[in-house]
Every structure is written in structure tokens, then in C-alpha cells.
Write a protein that binds this ligand. Structure first.
Ligand code: NAD
Length: 279
């Protein structure tokens, strides 16, 4: 059976590293700061924002949360972004998505100064990621890469299969694997034979949002399985995109859900914020 890639433990290690880096920066007179912008009252977003704020406090990063009413106009939001772009206390700006329908998400993300785009979603940052220039790694895909690294897995020459092609997970993680010299296949909802593609994978990354879509029979013996999916089934239970029990029989390494990629995402946000301050 597979070894567990313990995201909770690895995220704690990353946070401890960040905390030390924060102390070093403060000793040099730099106080890293993150601004989080939340528009509206989406309950999940509220939880995410609270967790991000708390995580900042824990490692000594200054953080401010801007809570705006759902009726906030796009112009008002852009004005706030502009202020934050110019604010020397702030090194990273994160706009919690999704935004209300009357606001053009793309316009808002694109308004964030490139050097403060710690979420890494702006077109310019994504462009830099693709051409291999200096950029911020988007947090969730970066978390996947750090998990691989901590498990001692070098993607070089390996066959990596990414299931999902979203802009926040699938596409960027595929680019990062490519940069690390993996041979990368990206699967999506129109892929003809998902099982056959997955069976080729030495490294399988699932970012679909379909509970337990990927089962043990689709996993190559000894593969590394990173499950990004977070799916709520029933009242309380959370499951990934991978059927854990059957997949763990075949995989060499596997991430649990919860406790895998989830905790890594915020840890990477902290890392990017410190990096932004360092720059
Ligand atoms: P998304 O809905 O934007 O994209 C899903 C992708 O899966 C699409 O590209 C689609 O083509 C593909 N897909 C859908 N059905 C498929 C099928 N049957 N076979 C193959 N591919 C299929 O989702 P997302 O934002 O990338 O998120 C994916 C999952 O990861 C969700 O469960 C989400 O909650 C989770 N997530 C977790 C974190 C974290 O911090 N751990 C962060 C972001 C997203």
C-alpha cells in the first residue's frame, strides 16, 4: 500500500520556514504585508479569507482584510486595488474569487500590480510562468510541486498526467511539471479514454471536482497520486477526486483528502508574500 504524502505535516514545515524568513526580513527592517479583498458574503470565501488572515498572523506577516459589500461597483473595487498597488505596507494582494456577477474578474485580477500578484492569476504572471521567466507560482499547483519534492520525487523524464485544465490548477501545474522536465499529458472532460491515460502516469494529478472519479484500476503500480479535489458528499464528509482506498492499493505515494493539497495552498500563499517582500 501507498505511503501517505502528509500535506498537513509538510505545510507546517513550510510555515515554520516562512516564519524564520519573516524574522530575517523584519531584522532588515522589512515588514511583509498581505492585503486580502473579499467582495460579498459567500460563506466558503469567508472561511478561506479568515484562514488566510489567521495563517499570516501565525507567521508574523502583517495582513489586512478588506470586506466589501456584494453591491460594490467594479470602479470602486479597481480603486481599492490601485490604492493597494501603491501602498508600501502591502507586498501581496489577493482578491478572493469568485467575485459577484456584475464585476469582470479578469479586469480586476489584471489590475493587480505584477510584483504584488501573490496568487499568480494575472495574465502577465501566467505568461511569465509559461515562458519560464521569474513569476509567482499559483498557490495550489505550487503546493502540489512541493509535495512531490518533499516525497523525493523528481519529475524529470517521468510521465505526468494532469486531470483537469482549469486556469487555477490544471494548466499551471502542467506547466510546472513541464518546466521540471516531465512528459506531460493534460486530460479533461472531452478526453476519450481517461482510464487509459491515467494508467500511463508515473505522476498523476487530479484536479477535476468529481468525487472519487479516479479509481484504483486507473492507477499504475507505484505511481505518485496527488489529489487536489475537494468534494463535499452528504452533510460532513469530504472526498477527493481519487477513490482513496482502491488507489492506495496501487500507488507508491498518495495524498489524503483532507490533509493533502488543501493545507499546502495557504502555506504557499505565505511563501509568495514573503518572496514578494524580499524582492
Ligand atoms: P474546474 O471546475 O475549474 O475544472 C475542472 C476540470 O476538470 C475542467 O478542466 C474539466 O475539463 C475537467 N473535468 C471535468 N469532468 C471531467 C471528467 N469526467 N474527466 C476528466 N476531466 C474532467 O475545477 P478547479 O477549480 O480546477 O478545481 C478542481 C478541484 O480541486 C475541485 O474539487 C476544487 O474544489 C479543488 N481545489 C482545491 C484546492 C485546494 O486548495 N486544495 C484549490 C483549488 C481547487
Amino acid at each position: 500500500p501507498a505511503q501517505i504524502l502528509d500535506g498537513k505535516k509538510i505545510a507546517a514545515e513550510v510555515r515554520a520556514e516562512v516564519k524564520e524568513e519573516v524574522s530575517r526580513l523584519k531584522a532588515e527592517g522589512i515588514n511583509p504585508g498581505l492585503a486580502v479583498v473579499l467582495v460579498g458574503e459567500d460563506p466558503a470565501s469567508q472561511v478561506y479569507v479568515r484562514n488566510k488572515h489567521r495563517a499570516c498572523e501565525e507567521v508574523g506577516i502583517y495582513s489586512e482584510v478588506h470586506r466589501l459589500p456584494a453591491a460594490t461597483s467594479q470602479a470602486e473595487l479597481l480603486k481599492l486595488i490601485d490604492q493597494l498597488n501603491k501602498d508600501p505596507k502591502i507586498h501581496g494582494i489577493l482578491v478572493q474569487l469568485p467575485l459577484p456577477d456584475h464585476i469582470d474578474e479578469k479586469k480586476v485580477i489584471d489590475a493587480i500590480a505584477l510584483e504584488k500578484d501573490v496568487d499568480g492569476f494575472s495574465p502577465a504572471n501566467v505568461g511569465n510562468l509559461v515562458i519560464g521567466d521569474k513569476c509567482f507560482y499559483p498557490c495550489t499547483p505550487h503546493g502540489c510541486m512541493v509535495l512531490l519534492e518533499k516525497a523525493g520525487i523528481d519529475p524529470k523524464g517521468k510521465k505526468a498526467v494532469v486531470v483537469g485544465r482549469s486556469n487555477i490548477v490544471g494548466k499551471p501545474v502542467a506547466m510546472m511539471l513541464l518546466a521540471r522536465h516531465a512528459t506531460v499529458t493534460i486530460c479533461h472532460s472531452r478526453t476519450r479514454d481517461l482510464a487509459a491515460e491515467c494508467r500511463q502516469a508515473d505522476i498523476l494529478i487530479a484536479a477535476v471536482g468529481k468525487p472519487e472519479l479516479i479509481t484504483g484500476d486507473m492507477i499504475k503500480e507505484g505511481a505518485v497520486v496527488i489529489d487536489v479535489g475537494i468534494n463535499r458528499v452528504g452533510e460532513k464528509k469530504l472526498v477527493g477526486d481519487v477513490h482513496f482506498e482502491s488507489a492506495a492499493q496501487k500507488a507508491g505515494w498518495i495524498t489524503p483528502v483532507p490533509g493533502g493539497v488543501g493545507p499546502m495552498t495557504i502555506a504557499m500563499l505565505l511563501k509568495n508574500t514573503v518572496e514578494a517582500a524580499r524582492r
